[in-house]
Design a protein around this ligand. Structure first.
Ligand SMILES: Nc1nc2c(c(=O)[nH]1)N[C@H]1C(S)=C(S)[C@@H](COP(=O)(O)OP(=O)(O)OC[C@H]3O[C@@H](n4cnc5c(=O)[nH]c(N)nc54)[C@H](O)[C@@H]3O)O[C@H]1N2
Ligand SMILES: Nc1nc2c(c(=O)[nH]1)N[C@H]1C(S)=C(S)[C@@H](COP(=O)(O)OP(=O)(O)OC[C@H]3O[C@@H](n4cnc5c(=O)[nH]c(N)nc54)[C@H](O)[C@@H]3O)O[C@H]1N2
Ligand SMILES: [Mo]
Length: 781
């Protein structure tokens, strides 16, 4: 039997702080995952579900975008993948009785943990203007309502269509077609808040907004630099790959302000050795960098190589530079002009240490740089990533075995959604192909990204918001501004699996459209064929995913069906909108092979799509740099760029805050109250600060403070009641969990060039909340 949903949210008074762990995964991790699964779905369903994760002809784990190893283990899941699955496969339900019992205002008082724990959504629900409660609606009524609102807009650009990254290729492709058929490119997505800086920098410099390595490259690398990433929590299966790198003689360097558990030692749950032994130390070197110091680090590594080449020769790959790149001279000059002292200051490392790190790169014949949010969510993220590319270009480390760039994606299909056209500024060749395939004309003007969508709704230019998955209200920056923006809409529509804050902070009218998830069996009725979908992993491999579980309700449509039913209402019959795309929406709804045929016709690289993903096979998408060192950039070559050095300056008496994930959450979905590896239990409202900073600022450990962010617009942004917690972080740097701290991220504080909110660098001050310090309980472990 599954356990009941919790009655209450998180009681922060029970917070405990202990010693951070220096190992990750292993038996405790697996047992913990099993417990979460058992609570949510009971014994039989747990066994059936977890054995099917990432197996051929099973479903793709909704946890993260890390690729599957070719030789799969019986249980190719990790602790956090299992938790992601349990959240979706839960037996708890949120039905009409629940909404009759709780008013929207009451639900808005609950925390994200409580909301998410209530269970799967099963009925379409409508919140009428002025009403206090959602009411049940029929599918026809709910969809008619959405279609009418869209039809009633003065301009299609008044509608905003968000996408989170779990949506399958098939659903994403039809969804962007629906949106463009209406006449807008307003397709913001979670990627705008995530790896947009990576896409921007990589497109400019190597001509493709994706990574250039495969999992085998990682195994074969001499040196892997893991910067700004916490794989032990967020991409646990990546640790198995790094373990192989190590066993093949490779070196791993972790670059992070925090000593994260998995990077230190990893106990592989798939191996007996990992279960009973001490595990493999993963990082040969832990580089404790200051927040935002990475551009300086990668410049320092480049400068070191250039200096060594100058002195000894044979350090650079001169042939590669000559044949395949442009802009070398300008970059070399900029590095010559760079000051070692300033690079040291920006990183917080000594000049000697920077040279030592440079020697690792010089000694390596094949280097890979992996990164995630620690590099993408800063003001100067695009410049930082350009300097990552510069470093690799110096040694010809792009487009050959064991070397390259590896942005590690978050959501399990966020990369595929982009490939399918979920992007506010898709290139002309995609739009032209779409026009030809569907006999209409897609709009050409750029649409809103996430931050611009919030501005548009705030200013009354955005009137209808639709979210294909995700939790826009909690994921977006500047919570108060974002909430006001959504409340300013005529209609907000959420296509969702689980209850979240975006269902309770709404426009004047709101609609909830519940759908099937990745693990659910997808078929139209008894006897009808079961449908498969496809997803693309972080390394450009596309494969099929088929849900196997009995869905929460037989009437629950897939995301595809929601889109086709809306498309039928808008694009067919006598009232069809002008310039509607032409497709057989009925047929596509019941047979996704038809959608794949359209994808094949529009998106390069999907030739013979259907047969290439049949029977569990993988389709590798073309990747110019990786396949044959072709670079579709402005110069037709890989581009060195000269980027002025930037790093955050922290004003006197202030701290620079990064907002990150605990071990017990999936973005805005809070699985539990603990951050096991960091030694935090029963609470989330902690601010991790260096002991000496806390003392200097006059705060005792355990003291209750407000975090107040400082931004020139004069708006007060305050996150209340956090416990000061001593932690091993560089001086001047602090950390606290997202989404509780999103209220502190100013809407206008975005990365140059990519528009990504600067969730990893926010200037804050601590303010005492009155009352003396409260002792934090030490766990009895
Ligand atoms: N279990 C679980 N898995 C997930 C997710 C989840 O929430 N839970 N989310 C998914 C998603 S959408 C994403 S995008 C990924 C996110 O994966 P991560 O990027 O690993 O997630 P964060 O928790 O944001 O961690 C950022 C890491 O970067 C470090 N860091 C912060 N600032 C800097 C900096 O300036 N320089 C350097 N070098 N390091 C820095 C932090 O200390 C932290 O270790 O994970 C995906 N997988
Ligand atoms: N301060 C701060 N803010 C951040 C970040 C940060 O590090 N710091 N990280 C950013 C990043 S990297 C990201 S990716 C975003 C995440 O932003 P989102 O992707 O918008 O947020 P999630 O929490 O992943 O969305 C969870 C919801 O998705 C729905 N859902 C889950 N599975 C499915 C499905 O299969 N279909 C449908 N239709 N719905 C589904 C459920 O209702 C669930 O409540 O947040 C960003 N915001
Ligand atoms: Mo993400």
């Amino acid at each position: 039997m599954a356990k009941q949903a919790p009655e209450h949210g998180i009681d922060e008074s029970r917070l405990e702080v202990g010693r951070p762990k220096d190992w990750a995964v292993g038996v405790p991790g697996v047992l913990h995952a099993m417990q979460v699964s058992l609570d949510q779905m009971g014994v039989a369903r747990t066994a059936r579900t977890l054995l099917r994760v990432n197996q051929k002809d099973g479903f793709d784990c909704p946890g993260c975008a890390w690729p599957e190893e070719d030789k799969r283990h019986v249980a190719e899941f990790c602790e956090n993948g299992a938790k992601a699955v349990a959240e979706e496969a839960t037996l708890r339900r949120v039905g009409p009785a629940f909404f009759a019992e709780h008013s929207v205002a009451e639900l808005a008082e609950q925390d994200d943990y409580w909301l998410g724990q209530q269970g799967r959504l099963v009925f379409p629900m409508v919140l009428e203007p002025g009403a206090t409660h959602y009411r049940e609606a029929s599918w026809d009524e709910a969809l008619d309502l959405v279609a009418e609102a869209l039809r009633g807009l003065d301009d299609p650009d008044e509608a905003i269509f968000y996408t989170s990254g779990r949506t399958s290729n098939e659903a994403a492709f039809l969804y962007q077609l629906l949106v463009r058929g209406l006449g807008t490119n307003n397709l913001p997505d979670c990627s705008n808040m995530c790896h947009e800086s990576s896409g921007t920098a990589l497109n400019e410099t190597i001509g493709i907004g994706k990574g250039t390595v495969t999992i085998e490259d990682l195994h074969r690398a001499d040196l892997v630099i893991v910067a700004g990433q916490n794989p032990g929590t967020n991409h646990p299966r990546m640790l198995s790959a790094l373990e192989k790198t190590k066993r093949n003689g490779g070196t791993v360097i972790a670059v992070n302000p925090l000593p994260e558990a998995g990077l230190k030692r990893f106990k592989n749950p798939q191996l007996v050795r990992g279960v009973i032994g001490d595990g493999t130390p993963i990082a040969d070197e832990f580089v404790q960098i200051r927040l935002g110091g990475d551009q300086a680090l990668f410049q320092a590594l480049g400068k070191h190589l250039l200096e060594q080449h100058e002195r000894w020769g044979r350090v650079l790959d001169e042939e590669f530079i000559e044949v395949h790149t442009s802009g070398f001279a300008e970059y070399a000059q900029a590095m010559q002009d760079a000051s070692w002292d300033e690079l040291a200051l920006a990183t917080g490392l000594s000049v000697e240490h920077l040279h030592e790190l440079g020697e690792y790169v010089r000694a390596s014949k094949r280097t890979i740089v992996c990164w995630a949010m620690g590099l993408t969510q800063h003001k100067h993220s695009v410049a930082t990533l350009r300097d990552v590319v510069n470093l690799l270009l110096l040694r010809g480390d792009i487009g050959r075995e064991g070397a390259g760039v590896c942005p590690v994606r978050g959501h399990s299909n966020v990369q595929g959604d982009r490939t399918m056209g979920i992007f506010e500024k898709m290139p002309e060749r995609f739009l032209a192909a779409l026009d030809a395939e569907f006999a209409f004309e897609a709009p050409r003007g750029h649409g809103h990204d996430t931050v611009n969508a919030i501005r548009a709704m705030r200013d009354g230019r955005g009137r209808v918001f639709m979210g294909m998955g995700g939790n826009f209200v909690s994921a977006a920056p500047d919570t108060a501004v974002t909430e006001a923006a959504l409340r300013n809409c005529d209609l907000t529509v959420q296509v969702s699996t689980k209850l979240n804050r975006s269902h309770v902070v709404t426009g004047r009218r709101a609609v909830i459209l519940p759908v099937l998830g990745r693990t659910d069996r997808d078929r139209r009725g008894r006897g009808e064929p079961e449908q498969r979908v496809t997803v693309e992993d972080s390394m450009g491999a596309v494969h099929a995913s088929r849900g196997r579980l009995f869905p929460p309700s037989e009437d629950l449509p897939s995301e595809v069906a929601v889109v086709t039913r809306l498309a039928r209402r808008l694009f067919t019959g006598p009232d069809a909108v002008p310039n509607a795309p032409q497709a057989d929406w009925n047929a596509l709804e019941v047979d996704y092979a038809g959608i794949r045929a359209h994808i094949e016709a529009v998106v390069p690289g999907f030739e013979d799509f259907e047969s290439r993903v049949a029977g569990g096979k993988t389709l590798m998408l073309p990747n110019g740099p990786r396949d044959d060192r072709s670079f579709a950039t402005a110069t037709g070559k890989a581009r060195f760029t000269a980027n002025p050095l930037e790093y955050p300056r922290i004003p006197e008496g202030r701290l620079l805050l990064q907002t990150l994930r605990s071990h017990d959450q999936y973005n805005t979905t809070i699985y539990g109250k603990d951050d096991r590896y960091r030694g935090i239990a029963h609470g989330r409202r902690v601010v991790l600060v260096h002991a000496e900073d806390a003392t200097e600022l006059g705060f005792a450990e355990g003291e209750l403070v407000d975090l107040v962010s400082e931004w020139p617009d004069g708006l007060e942004r305050r996150a209340e009641a956090f416990r000061v917690t001593h932690y091993d972080t560089p001086r001047g740097n602090a950390a606290a969990y997202y989404p509780e701290t999103n209220v502190l991220v100013p809407l206008d504080s975005v990365a140059d060039g990519s528009g990504t909110p600067t969730s990893k660098s926010i200037v804050i001050r601590l303010e005492r909340r009155g009352g003396g310090p409260t002792a934090i309980e030490q766990p009895t472990e």
